[in-house]
Ligand binder design. Sequence first.
Ligand code: ADP
Length: 252
Amino acid sequence: MDLPEGLKLIDENGKRLDGRRPDELRPIKIEAGVLKRADGSAYVEMGKNKILAAVYGPRECHPRHLQDPSKAIVQCAYNMLSFSVDDRKRPGPDRRSIEISKILSEALERVVFLEQFPRTSIDVYIAVLQANAGTRCAGLTAASVALADAGIPMRDLVPACAAGKVADTIVLDLNKEEDNFGQADLPLAYLPRTGEILLLQMDGHMTQDEFERAVELAKGGCSRIYALQQEALKRKYSVIVSEEESKAGEVS
Ligand code: ADP
């Protein structure tokens, strides 16, 4: 698709369409524990993306042939709702959502202590309420906060964000216009504490040097998101602890 007339992805001041510098993330909001009936949940806004993640389990694995006697499995279901994009999206699974569900399950299986829950499934539902590029990353960011909120033992949270190439510039966290009209998109999930990469995909073309710069930029974005994930969990649980303390105070 060609860039519409007059639209400049990077202007003469080096700013992007939404006013960001190349190394800036979109505004991010993360909230833990937003749903009462799920075992764990999280809500994430990343720019215009709005994403809800809910976790159930560990519970008996269905279908049963997927049961593993030595460990749990993580079953992610990424679902982009019909009203989440400009043209109504046909409901139900498609190739894209099956692919995204698979890569997100694989990334989360790398951090959960699966051996503690043999024969079970940990079900993670990701609902994209509003999409504006980068939903797999925002979905993974939300899912790992929801897993922590469910009290599932895991060795780390999983922050994710994309970097890419737009108008020959390496930029962080592409929005929809940049994703549509840019030259490359590279979603990445990275654990800042250990340096592990749990998800790396790429769409488009970059030179090796550009690729390396994009990976570094995305890693920096992940480190910032990681801090926000931790803050969201602290906010939720410090409130609960202080409520408990005040209740205890009332009784005594
Ligand atoms: P991601 O959301 O992880 O960046 P893609 O690169 O596949 O995944 O999609 C980029 C964006 O394109 C999505 O966030 C969404 O805004 C839009 N999009 C994806 N699939 C559809 C669809 N079936 N209909 C309309 N828009 C879509």
